[in-house]
Design a protein. Sequence first.
Length: 342
Amino acid sequence: MKIISGAAGALALTVCAAAASTLHVSPAARLPIPPNSSGSVTLQTLDVPIKQFPAATSTYLTGIRTYLISGLYTKKNGATVAVTYDRRSGIWSPLQYPGAASTAAYGPGVVSSSAFRAVGSYKLQGASNDHGFLYDSATNTYATMDVPGGFCGSTPCNYTIAHSIYGKKNYMFVGNCDAVTGKGSEDWNKYPATGHAFVYDSQSAAFTEIDMPNAFSTTAYGIWMDGTTVAIAGGFTDPSGTHGYVRNYGTSQTLVYNYPNAAFTHFEGITGAGGAGNYNVIGDYGSARNKSAGGFFLPIRNWTAGTPTVIGKLSANSVYKNTVVGVYFGTGLVNGYIAQIP
């Protein structure tokens, strides 16, 4: 569901574009139970409280790590405000890049029981491009984290979104960048058919491009570390279609996955499941033949994909152990949900 550009924008469900586009929805009553087509997964709606955030019209849950969930809510004018939700206390807290018109937070990184980092993107008033950012709760500081201009080829990059972060003293985060040539990030038809993935390493303070070979577009949405092994998850589009992938950043060992009979597959998040090479990932799929789309959970053991579990006709955005968060379409708005995979 996270916001991406170029051909990569076609990977995800329609809800993907909703976070980047101007939303005009009424604060209709929340649905008590999200849609679920699997029958084996328990889902619960989790929205920002209207009493605390009276301007909110929709809720997007985008990331989860241990006790912390990240996300954003939209206003009637289409602006977004980033939020975090502490599962221990039930407290929602806003995050807003200083001076930004809109802020979106994605996969958080928990540093301790009282400190975290969050990454995401922000847009300045009147601007069409997005900047990446890093927030550190220990120091209550924000930093712009834009890729070097040359990452997008001959046209300088002017669009960066940081998607997921991992690590304590030293950390890494992944994301996407592009050279936007249209009116803005809400104008998907104006985007070039490109999209580049990157990883940022705090030890070297450097960005590295990590596009998949022969891909028109690559995304990096999730990152997980087991000791020195770094696994990155996302999607890519090549001449044969759009696929999900998990890649060992150090060795380039890669698992490519296509949901059965789907027109596209994209991994949205990754969590550990017992050491390097063992992961739980979540993603979205779509089938043009029967016009179906949905979110799924996939176990990977020893770099081999297991049997997927359909979560529902919704978008699965992030996973920690067996807990998934994401979004679904309610009555005239978008709702967040949290789910436990058996």
